[in-house]
Design a protein. Sequence first.
Length: 887
Amino acid sequence: MDKAAMLTQMLRTKETSAFLGGESPIPVIRGNKYIPLLAGAVQGDNTVDCAVEAALLDEIRSVILIGPEGSGKTTTLQKLALDWAQDKRLQSFSFVFHFNLREFNSLEGTLSLKALLQSSHPSLTAGSAAVVPKRSEEVLFVLDSLDQYRHSLDPSIHALCSDPNQEASVSCLVASLLHRSMLRGAAFIVATKPTCNFEFLSGTRIEVLGFSKPQREIYFTNFFKDANADKALLHMERTLEFYDFCSSPRFCWTVCSIYHLLLDLGAKLPETLSQMFVDILVHLMKTLCLNEASVRALVLALGRMASLCLLDQHSNSTKESMKSIGCPQLLTAVDAFLIVDQDLGSDKCTFSFQSQLMQEFILALAFFLSESTGEGVEHLLKKHQKRAKFLDFFLSGLSEEVQCRPLETLLGKANPDQIKDFRYWLKSSSAEALRGYEKAKHYRCFHLLHQVQNEALVKEIITPSAQVVVYHENLSLLDGVALNYVAMSLHKIPTFSLSSTNICTKMAKILSPTMSLSHILTFSHCTFSTGAIPHLASALSSGVVSELSLSNSHFSDEMLNILSTSLQNSNVSAHPSKSLWGRHGTPHCCCEDLVSLLTSQTSQLCTLVIRYNQIGDDGLRKLCKALYCPRCRLQEIDMEMCNLTAASMEAFAEALCSGQSQLRKVNLTNNKIGDSGVKALSKYLQHSLCKMHSLILFDNELTGTCCSYLKEALESEHFSLLELDLSVNDLGQEGALLLCQGLHQPGCPIEKLFLNRCGLSQSVLKELASLLKKGTLRSLSVGINDVGDQGAKYLWEAVAHPNCLLEELDVEMTGLTDACVVDLCAAIRATKTLKSLEMRNNSLTDVSVPALVQVMQDSDIMQELNLRYNDFSEDVLDMVANGKIQY
Ligand SMILES: Nc1ncnc2c1ncn2[C@@H]1O[C@H](COP(=O)(O)OP(=O)(O)OP(=O)(O)O)[C@@H](O)[C@H]1O
């Protein structure tokens, strides 16, 4: 085979570079701008070129290169072919045939393999072509764009041929070659996007990963050749790098091209993906030199075409369909936006978008420009949901006037009705998402708000009550960016709890501002990289963070060291309380380390959070040693689900009674201390040195028996608890009534009492109501007790009583119906203190809504009423949409 002729032919190929399509492969390679790409799923050498070369030495001699749009497959194939022609690589092959399978779509009729080969290499003489089948081991086929190939490779539907001289359809020839009925020994490299179904293809699969950070750095340096390279790279890192498509060399080309242009003009670089596409479109449209009406008509036509292409699996459109779209300007836009494939031997051609992102952006823009309001945004999104990934992102970005201004000067104003339609959808779909518990939906809402870039809108949508249900779990970098934007717009995040997330350096950097804004930081089941720790440490020194929990998270002792040093070096007065982490599965032996930490000269630790660690009774017994030490400053200990039983409570109570302990708050949620555990603790509660303010015994297998011990403690003059949580224990009526007797003790300090799911009866509520009238309780929870309207009636009366000081009341799932609403409203009108009422999961219906809405509107004191999961119909949703009511 004449390598020189092939080389000349390849180098002569007329290819043009396009803003969205990328710089053509040949100039990239010839201009020494080719950067070896990373390959996935291969061992050893991880560049694609080397991996392909190595795989071709395998017995199968067939390689499938798989990579997304613009990841560099075509360029790699061209480079391999050029290297072969220049004697640099693949020299075991004497014949290399390079085809783009897309071009075969339009080949009609039949032809022989020889003719097909000659069509690819006009310089191939008939004599050489005849030799090829005889030396099939020396033949390499390089086949590009399998994803665009319309014919099937299913061997069962073709009459596979073996004779190279036999005439057959091109689809049959391709199938015969790939299934090796013809030129059995030939080798293949086939490139395809991952979207393609390549079930009939066997071979070594090599994933084309494109550019990672080091390659991007080289690319930017080559592109800019000056100090702007760093500037551009840093900007991309901050605003785009968390999108998967940043590894695409083609996308990098587009980013560099637009940044270069903007930097030259002294303009601001775009902050979001939407803004970048606004800038790109403005530039492309300007190069077309059309007037406003024509640009508008062009965008609308491209929008229609974008929709057609997204709906059609092959993502392209024929000249006929372009005509039917009816826009003469479209043909002028061809090079800027579209790829045209001229069918061989006919004047038919197919069009597809050069960039899927631009295709979706244009679809979004056309929606806002469209005059007809027939197709609402919901319909648009639903229609394209299978293939459009960023349509809602672009719609969000484009819905904000400030961001669209550069486009307005080119193509006029958007249709205000469409903008209104979108904003309505954004608010209502976000509210719905935030009412539910699906993390993906919460985060979709954050992503859209990030694109909109409007702080006021964030505040309107992410209300404090909406934040409560948002669960931060398993975050990607992209999620981290959106979350950080939302947190910065809200200016505060009182508690930030993150779980099951890989906190690499980049993630920690992205979330650092959010962490610095949070008072309480909780990480559970997270993995920290060493590089992440300085970001965490710097957030801790912000002065706001007062509590840190790292339970079930993985990090090395070295990282622990950095953290604890940073805690110790921080300004203590600015950090009145500092918490410590729990380690995944901390065995009880680790409790000895904790003791030395808590009792060290420098220990500042006030809060110890070791929830979900299996320290068990032995662990707690060891930990108790710290409580005897005057240096131990521990004020709060969270031992939720630590596998504790009554066996360790005696030692714990004894340590507390020693007089050295500063402990104020103890959380024993989800342990099994049982009634005898309470008996041991209540000894301490009656002790003259008792300093405890809060005791949480949620779900601890307690029965009514424990109430007699607690009653005794309550009646003691030393009892100091302000908060007691006995929820999810079977106290029953008898036990709870005993407890109430204790609570009636004059001077009883309890202000917050939690008795959810304790088997309370109406008589107990009557007792609690009389307690309320004494004015000691500020917060009472009696949710998930079957007391009904009758039981609650005692509470409403009490709330209305002039001595009652209750601020928060929780009657979730207590069997309330519309019948309670008159008394409830009267209570709200009368109260001078009640701010929050939790009434989820009851059976109120639409008839109660007007009265509840009215009373909430009238009340200056009530701040929130939670009516979620009652029996309301959709009809009243608008009416309930009152800032203070959650529904
Ligand atoms: N290794 C590389 N070094 C430098 N630039 C590259 C490299 N690979 C690709 N590029 C640039 O990215 C552009 C797009 O690459 P290419 O066309 O090879 O991607 P592709 O995976 O074949 O895309 P598609 O599947 O969409 O056809 C190229 O035109 C070139 O400008």
